[in-house]
Design a protein around this ligand. Structure first.
Ligand SMILES: Nc1ncnc2c1ncn2[C@@H]1O[C@H](COP(=O)(O)OP(=O)(O)O)[C@@H](O)[C@H]1O
Ligand SMILES: Cc1cn([C@H]2C[C@H](O)[C@@H](COP(=O)(O)O)O2)c(=O)[nH]c1=O
Length: 215
């Protein structure tokens, strides 16, 4: 049975690498994939991994009907044995519905990859729809780690090195603290306390506050 599978995790846990591996394994056996992406850090029409691999992809714009795109492609003699959709958190809810229709009406497997929640720990609309519709949700096995060593489950955004909890939901960026807007993966405890690696380092270096003595 064809499936809609949502591979989800934090930033930097290997989602795009897995997407590229799935693409490699299938294409090396003669299968042909349709690869969708949106706002990859490497630029328009690219699916890239931090391990350095990159492949061409169809950039999904606002309002593009992914089901209609596939039907048009097939009716013009194109092939699509499977579909990969990276950065799926950026897709609109309707586009996830269209991917589900690709599975059900065209009988094609769809593998979607994305982060579930944003920097405020709120679901992206595309990810929410994937959780609602997917046949399976797979959490990636390679754990990204918080600075404390616990499994990272949340994505923090930093602006000028300081963790923020307000701002636009979508700001393309990387887990790079030197950029003006950066991201850092944290465990829930440290996300709730807004404690990034830099904050924790600063706290460790500051002298202990002396207990106040009663007069
Ligand atoms: N220099 C490196 N050596 C080994 N593995 C690396 C290196 N840099 C990144 N990685 C791996 O790549 C992962 C990020 O892969 P990527 O597919 O770009 O993540 P995602 O798409 O989930 O954001 C990291 O979690 C790490 O496992
Ligand atoms: C948390 C969060 C992330 N983003 C952006 C930052 C990156 O461009 C992508 C995630 O890519 P990755 O391959 O999973 O690292 O999403 C965002 O726009 N808003 C957020 O809240």
């Amino acid at each position: 049975m064809p499936e809609l599978v949502f591979f989800s995790g934090t930033m930097d846990c290997g989602k795009s690498t897995l997407a590229l591996q799935i693409e490699h394994n299938r294409s090396s056996r003669g299968l042909v994939g349709m690869i969708f992406t949106r706002d990859d850090r490497a630029g328009q029409g690219k699916l890239s991994s931090r391990l350095g691999l990159v492949t061409d992809a169809v950039e999904v714009e606002d309002g593009r009907d992914l089901y209609a795109y596939l039907v048009e492609h097939l009716s013009q003699g194109g092939r699509a044995d499977y579909v990969i959709a990276d950065e799926a958190q950026f897709l609109a809810e309707e586009q996830i519905d269209q991917l589900a229709r690709v599975v059900d009406d065209l009988g094609i497997d769809v593998y979607a990859f994305g982060i579930t929640t944003d920097f405020r720990s709120k679901l992206f609309p595309g990810s929410q729809r994937l959780v609602e519709l997917a046949d399976r949700v797979e959490v990636l096995q390679v754990e990204a780690l918080c600075w404390c060593g616990a499994r990272a489950t949340h994505n923090a955004r930093t602006v000028g090195g300081v963790m923020v909890v307000e701002g636009a939901q979508v700001v393309v960026g990387d887990v790079d603290q030197s950029a003006t807007v950066g991201y850092e993966v944290l465990c829930r405890r440290h996300h709730r306390r807004r404690m990034t690696a830099a904050t924790a380092r600063a706290a460790a270096l500051s002298p202990d506050v002396l207990p106040v003595t009663q007069a």
